[in-house]
Design a protein around this ligand. Structure first.
Ligand SMILES: [Cu+2]
Length: 171
């Protein structure tokens, strides 16, 4: 009787449709063999390509940005944060021209600023003290940033995006 019960317990689920059939197992192992073969052949190349892509890959909708505030006509554009704005930047999504200087204004002690490593250049400073910090953008592209306390490098929470666009490209 004890042996019978043990045998029944072991068989529970062993014939369900979710169990892989022998054919499935064969094709799975063939796929993984191909994949690992590719990886072994070019792992160094793949790493180099990935890091090169990441340099330029801040998404154009970072921080959920779809509608952008045009700051290109402003002599001294300012992005404010904290204080009455709470855990947000204003404007959160901004467009500037190359060589324009943007000033972040607010308490960096309460809202430590971080630029994304995927930005084209590291113009947005890491700033954790003081109340103003400036960034001059010489290279077109998408520059994401976030609050190290209330935001994330993936753009959730307190984060923003500066789009640096040559005038003839979007007017
Ligand atoms: Cu913050």
């Amino acid at each position: 009787m004890k042996q019978l019960l043990t045998g029944m317990a072991l068989c529970i689920g062993c014939n369900t449709s979710t169990s892989p059939t022998p054919n499935d197992l064969v094709s799975l192992s063939q796929d993984s063999a191909v994949a690992s073969g590719d990886m072994a052949g070019s792992s160094t190349d793949m790493a180099m390509v990935a890091s090169a892509d990441m340099k330029m890959s801040t998404p154009s909708n970072f921080a959920g940005c779809q509608n952008f505030t045009d700051l290109t006509n402003q002599v001294a554009p300012i992005i404010q944060f904290g204080g009455e704005l709470g855990q947000s930047y204003s404007p959160k999504c901004a467009i500037v021209s190359p060589s324009q200087t943007v000033t972040f204004s607010g308490s960096f002690g309460a809202h430590s600023l971080k630029g994304l490593v995927t930005n084209p250049t590291a113009d947005i400073p890491d700033q954790s003290s003081g109340v103003t910090a400036s960034a001059t953008f010489k290279v077109v592209g998408n520059y994401g940033y976030y609050c190290n306390t209330h935001g994330n490098p993936n753009g959730t929470g307190m984060a923003g995006l500066i789009k640096v666009v040559a005038a003839e490209r979007w007017r």
